[in-house]
Each structure stands twice: as C-alpha cells, then as structure tokens.
Ligand binder design. Structure first.
Ligand SMILES: Nc1ncnc2c1ncn2[C@@H]1O[C@H](COP(=O)(O)OP(=O)(O)O)[C@@H](O)[C@H]1O
Ligand SMILES: [Mg+2]
Length: 284
C-alpha cells in the first residue's frame, strides 16, 4: 500500500499540465502535487501513475515518492476558481499525491546532458510501460538538484483501456523516435540486460498491490480488484523480457514531425528545439 496522508490545504493549481493537478499540503507537513480522481482523464490515469511510478522507483529510476491522499472537498470552499472548485468537489476520497520537488525546472534537452546509460534505462522503461508522453514536445521530466526526475505516467499502458485486446496490445512494438532522450544515444541493450531481469512477477504483483482498491472496483470483465491487478502483471511481465527487440529508435534528425504544432512553427528550424512546454494545449 502507498503511504496515506490527508490533504490540509489547497495551495495553487499547476496550469502547465492538461489535467489541472494542484499543489496541496498534507497532514504529514509534506507538499504534494495532487492528481484528482475527478479529473476528466479518469481513475485509470491514477492507476497508471501508481503502477508505473512505483515500478520506476523499484527499478532505481528517479520518480518522486507517491502517496494516497484523502481529500475532503471542504478544503476547496474558499477557492475562487470555478474549475478548481468543481474538480475538488468531484474528487472527495482518495487521490494521488506526488512529492513536490521545489525549485525544479522543466527538462530541456538542449540545456541538460543525459548519459547513454541513463537515457537507455529511461527509454527502455518507457517502452515497457508504453509511455507516449515523454516526447520532445512534452518531456514530463524535471531537473532537480542537478538530476533528471521522471513525472507523469498517466498516459501509459494503453492496453488497460481495452482489456479483451490487452495481450495483443502489450505485445506491440514501441517507437521511441519522438522520445525526448532519443538524441542522447540511449544504450538500450545494457538497460534491457540490467532491468528486464528485475521485472519479475513478484515485483509487478507488489507494485500492483499499491493501487488503492477504490480505483479498481467494478472494472468490466473482472470479478475482483485482485483480478484486475493480475491483468496488469500479465501484460507487463512478458513485455519486459522482449520489448528491447521491438523498440525502434530512428536517427533523431529524421524524426522531426513534418507538421510541427502551430505554436512551434514560428520558432523551430533545427530539431530538437527547447520545447515551449505544454503551451498551446499540447500538454498532457
Ligand atoms: N513532483 C513535482 N514537483 C514539481 N513540479 C511538478 C511535479 N509534478 C508535476 N509538476 C509540474 O506540474 C506540471 C504538470 O504535471 P503533470 O504530472 O505533467 O500533469 P499533467 O497530467 O497535467 O500533464 C508539470 O509539467 C510540472 O511543471
Ligand atoms: Mg504532463
């Protein structure tokens, strides 16, 4: 189980992201980035955050600590912003908290160098969890005290949106050409050799056990929350052993999308370019 804390004060919304997470203080005197069950993306985003975040931490990657946060919507009563009010009202009960990294900066691939070994581990991990949300447009990485940290694992494991097709979906390839770390010569072979053996059924079962029951109940096609947990394990376990064989990583210069998003076109000539992170509705 995740450590459980209770939210005591809503501080401010984080508007860079798509899901309107907020900075929240808790009764353990910690400050957290809170992701709300009532957000439009739904509870599966939070399940993905827990399974992938905890898995990343267990594999030795830098992911801020995760907690389960109890929210009494009453703490939002004085909130002037209607959108925030409604989000808090819709999110009573357990939400997800991630340790807030004060003073962190958004990762900029032109300003921060990542070694081939670390890049390999992160790209391999993203291939395993099928993360489509660590691109140069939207890195979902922070630099804090000189180290790169991974955040935002909500848009992963696409197979959990269609369980009957999960086995086939989890067997699919991963195209890392757009990955923010693609230009850093990720050493995938070493990462796979080091990390794949660690992704055992026992580890995945432990990680799945960290997901609160509340976010797994009444999943269509399953008769218990533990059956849902087993489905996550069953999708990730075989993928860990073989995904490095199905991971494509084209030379970065070929990868620049032919049609850059509108807000980029006026700025970008060479690729990669420091991203205007999450502006213009690209962020997730
Ligand atoms: N643990 C954290 N510490 C500091 N800032 C964070 C943390 N988590 C998220 N943020 C900030 O909030 C933004 C949105 O968070 P993110 O998890 O990416 O949510 P979304 O799902 O909305 O994209 C990030 O781009 C980052 O600037
Ligand atoms: Mg994000």
């Amino acid at each position: 189980m995740l450590k459980e804390v209770t939210a005591t004060r809503y501080v401010t919304p984080l508007r860079e992201g798509g899901s309107l997470p907020g900075i929240v203080e808790a009764d353990d005197l910690g400050t957290y980035v809170m992701k709300f069950t009532g957000a439009g993306q739904g509870r599966k985003t939070l399940v993905a955050e827990v399974i992938c975040g905890q898995l990343g931490r267990r594999l030795g990657l830098r992911v801020p600590e995760l907690v389960a946060m109890q929210l009494d919507p009453v703490i939002g009563l004085g909130e002037p912003d209607q959108e925030v009010q409604e989000l808090l009202k819709a999110s009573g009960g357990l939400n997800l908290g991630m340790d807030f990294l004060p003073g962190s900066l958004g990762f900029d691939p032109l300003a921060y160098e990542v070694g081939a070994a670390e890049a390999g581990r992160i790209v391999w991990f993203d291939a395993l969890i099928n993360n489509v949300d660590r691109s140069w447009r939207n890195p979902n990485m922070l630099v804090w005290h000189g180290d790169a940290w991974l955040i935002d694992h909500g848009a992963t494991m696409i197979w959990h949106h269609n369980w009957p097709g999960a086995e086939a979906s989890a067997a699919k390839a991963y195209d890392a050409s757009d990955h923010v770390l693609a230009p850093f010569r990720p050493d995938i072979a070493s990462a796979a050799a080091d990390l794949a053996p660690l992704v055992t059924e026992a580890l995945l079962t432990e990680v799945a056990a960290d997901v609160p029951d509340e976010w797994l109940v009444d999943e269509p096609g399953f008769d218990s929350t533990d059956a849902v947990r087993r489905a996550y394990v069953a999708a990730l376990l075989p993928r860990a052993a073989t995904i490095h064989e199905r991971l494509t990583l084209d030379a970065p210069t070929k990868n620049r999308p032919s049609q850059a998003p509108g807000w980029l076109t006026e700025h970008v000539t060479p690729w990669p370019h420091p991203t205007k992170k999450n502006s213009g509705g690209e962020g997730r």
